[in-house]
Design a protein around this ligand. Structure first.
Ligand SMILES: NC(=O)c1ccc[n+]([C@@H]2O[C@H](COP(=O)([O-])OP(=O)(O)OC[C@H]3O[C@@H](n4cnc5c(N)ncnc54)[C@H](O)[C@@H]3O)[C@@H](O)[C@H]2O)c1
Length: 234
């Protein structure tokens, strides 16, 4: 029966990692709702155009799932973006925009989805970044948002358990645009290659599935080992 099929909401699922997550979950038999502030062709799921940093839009999005799908079993908070600017040039508006999409949206979505996720004994996965742990220059708003998202993950795991498990995936370098990658780009990763959106999608699929039932409040790095590599200048 259609109503028995699990339902997943993937934010930022029109492109990149979110699209791969949506495609993987759809292939695994989930009904998928993709929320994105941009439209896109051939989205692997029901596309809802919504800005997930907007409280009212998140309310409409989750209410729409209650009406259309009738249940919610997994929430994947993937929407995110980066502004690279020297801090002296970064406006408060830009700071708030990055925090709004990358961090506040997960609060808004978890709050709105709790009443459907608890009876479903569902799962939340947040997509943070290895930049929650390490930085390049001029990435303050992004790093802060991802560090906050990682901490929000364990806070939610404690508050929403035991019914809802909440985990975080922190990707490293994932090639979402099919860039021309050099041999040294791959070689600098202990795993021998740059990451693919499907690498992240496979981890998310496990985290929202039944085989990760003893895992909550955790962070998983999908970075080809880059954050474990010690570097000294030659
Ligand atoms: N690609 C990487 O190397 C990498 C590494 C670490 C973390 N991440 C994280 O993974 C996630 C996905 O990254 P990506 O590389 O696939 O990005 P992307 O830019 O290719 O796709 C992001 C999608 O999110 C949507 N989006 C952005 N803000 C939104 C909002 N407020 N409301 C609704 N939709 C919104 C965009 O329209 C887009 O479709 C992000 O959270 C990003 O920070 C990516």
């Amino acid at each position: 029966m259609e109503q028995d099929r699990r339902v997943a909401l993937v934010t930022g699922g029109a492109r990149g990692i979110g699209r791969a997550v949506a495609a993987r979950l759809a292939a695994d038999g989930w009904r998928v709702v993709v929320a994105d502030r941009e439209g896109a062709e051939d989205v692997p799921g029901r596309l809802v155009e919504a800005d997930v940093a907007d409280e009212a839009a998140v309310g409409r999005l989750v209410e729409g799932i209650a009406q259309a799908e009738g249940r919610l079993d997994a929430l994947v908070c993937n929407a995110g973006f980066m502004i690279r600017k020297p801090i002296r040039e970064l406006s408060l508006g830009e700071w708030n925009a990055v925090l709004g999409t990358n961090l506040t949206s997960a609060f808004l979505l978890a709050r709105a989805a709790e009443t459907m996720l608890r009876p479903a004994r569902g799962a939340i996965v947040t997509i943070a970044s290895t930049r929650a742990h390490q930085s390049e220059a001029n990435t303050e708003s992004y790093s802060a948002s991802k560090g906050g998202l990682m901490a929000l993950t364990h806070a939610l795991a404690i508050s929403l358990g035991p019914e809802v498990r909440v985990n975080c995936v922190s990707p490293g370098w994932i090639d979402t645009k099919g860039e021309a990658l050099r041999p040294e780009d791959h070689a600098q990763h202990p795993a021998g290659r740059v990451g693919r959106p499907e690498d992240v999608a496979a981890l998310v699929a496990w985290l929202v599935g039944p085989e990760s039932g003893f895992v909550t409040g955790a962070e998983f790095l999908s970075d080809g080992g880059m954050t474990r590599k010690m570097i000294y200048a030659e």
